[in-house]
Design a protein around this ligand. Structure first.
Ligand SMILES: [Zn+2]
Ligand SMILES: [Zn+2]
Length: 543
């Protein structure tokens, strides 16, 4: 097994600085057909460039579909959609091959094309108002692929000149490269910049937009040792680290070329995809469970993945959507390819997990269910009174720190139950700052739709100066806090001039609950039982 991943480390940067340590082969593409191998093999480098003027190709993605048939259905209903907008279907994700086995993790995006980015807000509003269209999956996406587009200045050793692309190959296992000023935690309150060291290859290019990109290509296992290691800790049982490693390995394979479809890499290095801080600084105790589970992934063999109709295969990613009344477009070919599980996880589920569709709309895999984080039953929490009762009670969940104390330093944050309190003016000001919509002093917050796990999916904000709807758990979390509210699983209380949010969990709540899994591992559960609990109907498989 030798799978490689492409991790985006920097993008839209006016300058990138770093150094090569050990020995590297440094190749420079000067223009479309001239290549140079530079003399130096180690030392400091710098690259800098002006912003480009490339016009990007944007669209509103209606959702992600696991089959082209679902994408077609999404475009055919409501009828008004295809009549009013220029629609299409784009293939994202990719297939992988390992040991003669192919894994199909493609997804299909039903999209509405945009003439320019400035149409996005207006089109989003129109789509949200369209009866019969689920607003939860709507997202702005860029479709044009990032390829080397503009030359940039590159200095390394005795070389100084214009380059269209730089790529490097390490010449010894000890070789690593260092990048300066890598942002960590973009958009979160802990954002900072660090110099970080990485194994594998480095690629530098200017995709023509705001600035330069740096992409790290390395072996999947080497990536996981660092990525899982930097999130995990050596003082937890191996079953937990193994479950985490298997989930992370599966998710990497399942989400490559989806979140960063247009960026020229599979995943980014930040919390957005999976936190990856280069060469591991952790003890061997963290790496050991990852190596023990090397190559093991979760697959969903019981679902039958659907291959695209032949016409899309032939015409490629940007083919036109078939007309809704074209019966042949609904013919699908069953495939025996296993589908790698998109094994999402979040820090704490607050006692109950959520379905994929509730968080991201579209077509969710059947292994994401609304499920108690423990041996108890949970009623339908989409009702306001049930959600309130559940949040104000003390459920016997694995992630409840009163029953299963969190390891340090997680015990510093209230992750299972929390409250946020604002004055009406403070909250109005915050919402104006975060969403750009000034509703004035907040009078009411209403959950228009909750998922069955109680998470708010559509929130209505009633203010003195207007009413605003927020769609999707992540947007709700962003709108109601300086950085991110821990989750959208909360109820609202009012006390005179104050609005109090009482909530549970940290994260989207889909898939594995990290704190719950840690407690299960400490109680002696093995890796398979932990994964079966959070991803029912899936199986382990060796790559
Ligand atoms: Zn990302
Ligand atoms: Zn939990």
């Amino acid at each position: 097994m030798s799978l490689e991943v492409h991790i985006g480390l920097l993008w839209d940067e006016p300058a990138i600085r770093g150094e090569f340590a050990g020995e590297f082969l440094v190749r420079c593409r000067v223009d479309c057909c001239r290549f140079l191998t530079l003399d130096e093999t180690a030392g400091a480098f710098e690259a800098f460039s002006e912003p480009g003027r490339r016009q990007h190709d944007y669209a509103i993605r209606l959702c992600e579909s696991l089959s082209p048939a679902h994408a077609e259905r999404t475009l055919s209903e409501p009828k008004e959609l295809a009549q009013k907008f220029d629609v299409d279907i784009v293939e994202a994700g990719r297939t992988w091959e390992s040991g003669g086995q192919q894994f199909d993790i493609r997804v299909w995006w039903p999209i509405v094309k945009l003439d320019s980015l400035s149409d996005a807000e207006k089109t989003l509003d129109e789509l949200r108002a369209m009866p019969g269209l689920d607003p939860l999956g709507l997202a702005l996406v860029r479709l044009d692929r990032a390829v080397p587009d503009l030359p940039f200045e590159f200095r390394f050793g005795s070389f100084s000149g214009r380059a269209l692309e730089i790529w490097t190959t390490p010449l010894s296992p000890e070789s690593f490269f260092r990048l300066h000023d890598v942002p960590i935690g973009r958009g979160f309150h802990w954002q900072r910049k660090e110099s970080l060291d990485y194994r594998g290859s480095l690629r530098l290019f200017h995709p023509g937009g705001a600035g330069l990109s740096a992409v790290n290509r390395l072996e999947l296992e080497s990536y996981l040792e660092s990525a899982v290691g930097s999130e995990m800790r050596s003082d937890l049982p191996a079953a937990f680290s193994q479950a985490q490693a298997i989930a992370a390995r599966s998710t990497v394979l399942a989400t490559a070329n989806r979140h960063h479809f247009a960026d020229g890499f599979d995943l980014c290095h930040d919390d957005h995809c999976q936190c990856y801080q280069g060469i591991l600084r952790e003890a061997d105790a963290v790496v050991a469970p990852i190596r023990e589970s090397s190559g093991i992934i979760l697959v969903s063999p019981l679902s039958t993945p659907l291959n695209p109709p032949t016409k899309w295969r032939e015409t490629g990613a940007h083919s036109r959507a078939a007309l809704p009344n074209d019966a042949s477009s609904f013919i699908v070919h069953r495939s025996s390819l296993p589908r790698v599980v998109d094994a999402r996880y979040a820090k704490s589920c607050g006692g109950v997990s959520e379905r994929y569709e509730a968080a991201w709309g579209g077509e969710g895999p059947d292994y994401f269910t609304v499920r108690a984080c423990g041996e108890f039953s949970v009623p339908d929490l989409s009702r306001e009174d049930s959600a309130r009762e559940f949040l104000k009670s003390d459920s016997p969940a694995w992630c409840n720190p009163r029953l299963h104390p969190y390891p340090d330093p997680w015990d510093k944050d209230p992750l299972f139950r929390w409250t946020f309190e604002y004055t009406r003016k403070e909250l109005g000001d915050l919402i104006a700052e975060k969403t750009g919509h000034d509703v004035g002093r907040v009078q009411e917050l209403n959950a228009i739709r909750r998922g069955k796990s109680g998470r708010i999916l559509i929130l209505e904000i009633v203010g003195e100066a207007g009413t605003q709807h927020i769609y999707g758990e992540l947007n709700i979390r962003r709108a109601l806090s300086k950085s991110h509210l821990p989750s959208s699983f909360f109820v609202v209380d009012e006390r005179a001039d104050r609005i109090i949010l009482s909530g549970g969990g940290w994260g989207h709540g889909v898939g594995l609950c990290q704190l719950g899994a840690a407690a299960m591992a400490r109680a002696g559960w093995n890796v398979e039982s932990i994964l079966n609990h959070y991803y029912p109907r899936t199986e382990l498989m060796n790559l």
